[in-house]
Ligand binder design. Structure first.
Ligand code: AP5
Length: 221
């Protein structure tokens, strides 16, 4: 599958993307995970991205497109990819379209996870994330807790709150989402690719996505 998961911060894009990878071997491409890993490892990319991320602002489009171009040309993307947190601006979406066209590829669908604001706020304050840059498994102290001593159930690293989970950064991220990313809903509707999903359980969302893809003739679903 080649899809985009759209949705506000905390809508569940990362959780759903991880579940979808188990379905047909498509890989999750989370620009947020890639950037957090670069920050943790202190790479040049990480140094450039850190200040934007801590403030809840978007990292410049050119930097993001460079990451995406390199990532989707990697051999493990041949079976497909699930974009989680990308594109985030109309410019990113237009440049993605050109990039895919140059590779003779196109998106199968864009899924908008439509979650009420009060649910979003609750999820963001109760989320915990594995601190291992190569794992970044997502937990929630209410709905999906880590081990009782606060460790990742997959790799055993400590589970932490992300640096952009301060009240100030969350408020900024939601503002940035409304201003820069929400217009993508209309953009993809006009491209004929948008599907809105209102379900609240991740398992139900995954089932709906598989149904959408099989109805649109995706052979892997
Ligand atoms: P990024 O990491 O992409 O953050 P985000 O979009 O703000 O999304 P989140 O990761 O916060 O939420 P999510 O929708 O994945 O929800 P999750 O599954 O974790 O980006 C971080 C920063 O990087 C940006 O602010 C920006 O600076 C930069 N950046 C990244 N991409 C960029 C780009 N393309 N351009 C420019 N800058 C970029 O779920 C949330 C919580 O809810 C979890 O605890 C989870 O367990 C729980 N949960 C999820 N689903 C359910 C459910 N169905 N029921 C109950 N609980 C649930």
């Amino acid at each position: 599958m080649r899809i985009v998961l759209l949705g506000a911060p905390g809508a569940g894009k990362g959780t759903v993307a991880k579940l979808l990878t188990e379905y047909d071997g498509s890989v999750q491409i989370s620009t947020g995970d890639i950037l957090r890993s670069a920050v943790k490892q202190g790479t040049e990319l990480g140094l450039k991205a850190k200040t934007y991320m801590e403030k809840g602002e978007l990292v410049p489009d050119d930097l993001i497109l460079e990451i995406i171009e390199e990532r989707i040309k990697a051999p493990d993307c041949e079976k497909g990819f699930i974009f989680d947190g990308f594109p985030r601006t109309i410019n990113q979406a237009q440049r993605l379209k050109e990039l895919l066209k140059s590779m003779n590829l196109k998106l199968d669908a864009v899924i908008n996870l439509d979650v009420p604001k009060e649910v979003i706020l609750d999820r963001l304050t109760t989320r915990r994330t594995c601190s291992n840059p190569d794992c970044q498994e997502i937990y929630n102290i209410k709905s999906k807790p880590p081990s009782p001593d606060g460790r990742c159930l997959k790799c055993g690293w400590p589970v932490i709150q992300r640096e952009d989970e301060t009240e100030e950064a969350i408020t900024k991220r939601l503002e940035v989402y409304n201003e820069k990313t929400a217009p993508l809903i209309k953009y993809y509707m006009e491209e004929g690719l948008l599907h809105n999903i209102r379900s609240l359980s991740s398992e139900e969302i995954v089932k709906e996505i598989i149904k959408i893809l099989s109805e649109s003739g995706n052979k892997t679903c």
